[in-house]
Design a protein around this ligand. Sequence first.
Ligand code: SAM
Length: 231
Amino acid sequence: MNAKKLSKRLETVASFVPTGAILADIGSDHAYLPCYLVHKGIVRHAIAGEVVKGPYESAFRQVRTEGLQEQITVRMADGLAAVKLEDQVDTVTIAGMGGPLIVSILEKNPESLTNVTRLILQPNIHAKVIREWALRNGWAILDEVILEEDEKIYEVLVLQRGEMKLTGAEILLGQHLIAERSAIFVEKWTKEIANWQRVLASIENAEANPEIEGKRAELTYLIRLVQEALA
Ligand code: SAM
């Protein structure tokens, strides 16, 4: 992967960035995504935000190597603190982190989202918490993609402002992904059901107590929910 050829995962994220966008890529590491989008003429300007010194320096070097200092501002900052109102950022990408970390970044500086109309979020795990955050905060899911790369399965969620209603299954699995029911989606959730069934079997003979009973009920509920969505 480099600034001209992205991984399939980041290429999918890039495919949802609107032409003419002013982008903030939070947790940019090597800044490949903003560099790629500027090279393609898709974004007008980009902020590459990084909280860790090493990745910040590698983003800074990459932008200089590509000769894109005019179009990409690299900032060392925690999450959305990299975005200032005067930047007029309208699109935010956060990729390659767990869902809970992405949500904590969104919740820490909500004022940075004032002008933002699109969020493209790629959680490595626990996409559910992002859907819950969206429901609580007036964002609706415009699209979702599930993909496999290097034997790992990733989800990409595209959010725009608006209201939505989701069932329990849709919060966990994704409304668009349930409707599409791709082979990768079925593979992911079939494995998840098998994991839950293993855990359920392992506690089958455990002495009953409220904690064990709660775990049994939760796993039984999840297995049924996902089986129904896959049926
Ligand atoms: N976004 C790139 C990608 O998808 O390939 C890099 C992903 S890398 C696994 C996650 C990056 O997020 C790391 O460089 C890490 O330092 C950065 N990061 C984690 N928490 C952050 C935060 N609160 N603010 C900014 N960057 C953060």
